[in-house]
Design a protein around this ligand. Structure first.
Ligand code: COA
Length: 163
C-alpha cells in the first residue's frame, strides 16, 4: 500500500523546492498579476509518496486572502495534487482567509479542468497579461502547453467559508 504524507516546506526541503520550481516554472520566481513572488520567500507543503518527494505547493497570504502561487505533482493521477490543494485550503482557512485564489494561463486546459472539478470558479480574465509578465521574467516562453500561444491570465477562486 502506497502512503501519501504531506509535510510543511521546511528549511531542509528548501533547496529541493527551489530546484523543483525552477525546473517547472523557470528561474527565480512566479509572476502573477504583474508581481513577482520569489521562490525562496514562499511557504508551502511537500507531498511524500512512499517516502519520495513527489509534489509541491506554495502560497502567499495577504489581506486575509490566500494566493496559491504554485501546485505541481511529479506523479500525476495518484491523488497528490488534490491532497496538496486541500492542505492549502485548510491552512488558509485556519489563518482566517476567506478566499483562495490562483492564476493560471490560457494554455493550461488541464488546470482549468482540475480546479473547476474541485470547487473553483473562473473569477476574472486578464487579456494579454503575460506580455507584462515577460517584462519581469523574460524566460516565460511564447508557446505553452499543447502548442497553444501563452497570452492571458485566468483567475480562479474558491470562497473558503463554504468548506
Ligand atoms: C494539475 C496537477 C497539479 C494535478 O496533480 P495530480 O497529482 O495529477 O492530481 P490528482 O491525482 O489529485 O488528480 C488528477 C486526476 O487523477 C485522478 N486520480 C486521483 N487518484 C487516482 C488514482 N488512485 N487512480 C486513478 N486516478 C486517480 C483524479 O480523480 C483526477 O481526475 P479528475 O480531475 O478528472 O477528477 C498536475 O497535473 C500538475 O502538476 N500539472 C502541471 C503543473 C500545473 O499546471 N499546475 C497547476 C497550474 S497553477
Amino acid at each position: 500500500v502506497s502512503i501519501l504524507q504531506i509535510r510543511p516546506l521546511n528549511a531542509s526541503l528548501k533547496d529541493w523546492a527551489i530546484a523543483t520550481l525552477t525546473a517547472q516554472w523557470g528561474p527565480d520566481g512566479m509572476v502573477t498579476r504583474g508581481k513577482i513572488h520569489y521562490y525562496r520567500d514562499l511557504p508551502g507543503w511537500v507531498a511524500f509518496y512512499d517516502q519520495h518527494a513527489l509534489g509541491l505547493t506554495t502560497y502567499w497570504i495577504e489581506n486575509r486572502q490566500c494566493e496559491l502561487t504554485s501546485l505541481n505533482s511529479l506523479q500525476e493521477k495518484c491523488g497528490i495534487g488534490t491532497a496538496l490543494l486541500r492542505t492549502v485550503e485548510e491552512a488558509a482557512a485556519a489563518e482566517g482567509c476567506r478566499r483562495l485564489w490562483l492564476i493560471t494561463t490560457n494554455d493550461n486546459t488541464s488546470a482549468l479542468h482540475f480546479y473547476q472539478k474541485r470547487g473553483y470558479a473562473i473569477a476574472a480574465f486578464y487579456r494579454d497579461a503575460i506580455s507584462q509578465s515577460r517584462a519581469l521574467k523574460p524566460s516565460i516562453p511564447f508557446t505553452g502547453n499543447d502548442g497553444i500561444p501563452l497570452r492571458d491570465e485566468i483567475e480562479l477562486e474558491r470562497i473558503l467559508g463554504l468548506i
